[in-house]
Ligand binder design. Sequence first.
Ligand SMILES: Nc1ncnc2c1ncn2[C@@H]1O[C@H](COP(=O)(O)OP(=O)(O)OP(=O)(O)O)[C@@H](O)[C@H]1O
Ligand SMILES: [Mg+2]
Length: 241
Amino acid sequence: MITVDGAARSFGTLEALADVTLTVSDGEFVTLIGRSGCGKSTLLNMIAGLLPPTRGTITIDGTPVTSPRRDVAMVFQQPALLPWRSVEANVLLPAEIFGWNAAAEAAQLLEMTGLAEFRKRRPHELSGGMQQRVALCRALIQKPKVLLMDEPFSALDALTREELAVELQRIHLDLGTTIVFVTHSIQEAVLLADRVAVLSERPGRIREIVKIDIPRPRTFGYNAHLEAVASASARLHSLLH
Ligand SMILES: Nc1ncnc2c1ncn2[C@@H]1O[C@H](COP(=O)(O)OP(=O)(O)OP(=O)(O)O)[C@@H](O)[C@H]1O
Ligand SMILES: [Mg+2]
């Protein structure tokens, strides 16, 4: 369980985030949504242990977060792969750093994300969507309990983006990882989230938490829950404007 208790962060005189309190249960998928500059990345970086809060506390399973943990992985907007390494070697990087033998896991993850036949390729030989899949595999090789994702699909075209969101939902259902996911897309938030935390403009505060009660697996396009999707989307839309 992640608990964010009264967490705030300033940069000099700039108050980025003010007094955020939020709990994320094990296996839950929470999406953070809010205007540009409201502190979403700041909050995610604090949960990751990359940035200390100026006030308040953040704990994971009862332990205060003071530095990055092995069981917490992060995926960013850009895949940040090492260009001279193969796909497989990129995925294995965290295992190498921690001194684990994870060749079998890497093969399994590449299989799961449809990248098996590209394992010997270099990142520049892959499309943007495939590169982001590699970044996801590299995060999952740590077998994280918590996966933090900062607009992971925003640099992709709309269709690839939908495809990856559906894939991420499947991975979440399979692995039960706790996920905190930042997005600007209401559609993505409604597809993925158990709850959507809407942040107010800077300094960010939780404006409202919207529960998304739509059965899974959820799909884009025509489905049996279009009314529920429309009403959740409209609610989020009005909270952001
Ligand atoms: N390291 C830093 N030093 C100084 N100011 C920072 C730093 N990181 C963030 N900020 C400021 O804090 C505020 C919140 O930034 P943050 O990146 O968390 O916003 P965001 O919600 O992720 O925005 P976006 O949707 O554009 O990614 C911004 O005004 C930003 O300029
Ligand atoms: Mg950001």
